[in-house]
Design a protein around this ligand. Structure first.
Ligand code: ZN
Length: 238
């Protein structure tokens, strides 16, 4: 199958979801670059995982290695200074009065997509790929399909250039995201996702579970663990 000739930029955090997105993009597009954001996360573990995951994917999948190109890390420390959230400050992870968890960083994805589009414009890339999802998610309004569609229109108009936003995980639950990794890259991709990607809000790399490293109790760990168990159970039943 010939690759889509468009060049893509994957919003790649080093977590499970964006690793699945990176594999999805490498399977599809002839040229794939990655972008990550340093916004003063309380736990920088995820950022440290990024180069390891990229390297492992390149080593395990020679066909993808030829498509995997530049990585960009953007300093958006300003986001940590203007927002007071459990991801950027010493705050408890809890549900707030507005129905959103305290891990919600207002406008984070809007800012990230704008910056990604600016980098994509300079680099001649016309597809942005993000792991936003509204199926098994924390209720962040900037992960919703309509928000992303509105951003695609705003960016394409504002740049006077087509900028397509692809969100391959939008309608997948976490079990289906594990299944997608299995379909795209088999046991090798599942294995490196378990071993090298990071999801835990607490930055815990000390506790290893079947689904990877993490505290096991924060909302991100709970979602990842439950999805993994459901995916494994479905495989055993099939
Ligand atoms: Zn955790």
């Amino acid at each position: 199958m010939t690759a889509d000739p468009r060049h893509a930029l994957v919003l790649f955090s080093g977590g499970q979801d964006s690793t699945a997105c990176l594999a999805w993009a490498l399977d599809r597009f002839a040229h794939v670059e990655t972008i990550g954001f340093d916004y003063g996360q309380r736990h920088r573990v995820e950022l440290d995982c990024r180069p390891r995951v990229r390297e492992a994917i390149g080593a395990a999948f020679p066909a993808w290695a030829g498509r995997l190109a530049n990585d960009h890390v953007i300093d958006v420390g300003v986001l940590g200074r203007i927002s007071d959230t459990a991801l950027t400050a010493e705050r408890a992870i809890e549900m707030q009065a507005n129905g959103l968890p305290s891990t919600f960083v207002p406008a984070r994805n809007l800012l990230f997509l704008s910056l990604a589009a600016a980098v994509a414009y300079r680099r001649g890339l016309s597809v942005l790929v993000g792991g936003m999802c509204e199926t098994d998610f924390s209720g962040y309004p900037d992960c919703r399909d309509n928000t992303l569609k509105a951003m695609q229109v705003a960016l394409s108009l504002g740049l006077a250039a087509p900028m397509t936003i692809e969100t391959p995980l939008m309608w997948l639950d976490k079990a289906a995201t594990w299944a997608l990794a299995q379909r795209l890259g088999g046991d090798a991709l599942v294995g490196l996702t378990v071993e090298l990607t990071h999801t835990c809000y607490q930055g815990d790399r000390a506790h290893r579970h079947a689904w990877g490293y993490g505290c096991g109790t924060c909302p991100a760990c709970e979602l990842r663990a439950r999805g993994f168990e459901r995916w494994r159970a479905a495989g055993a039943a099939a």
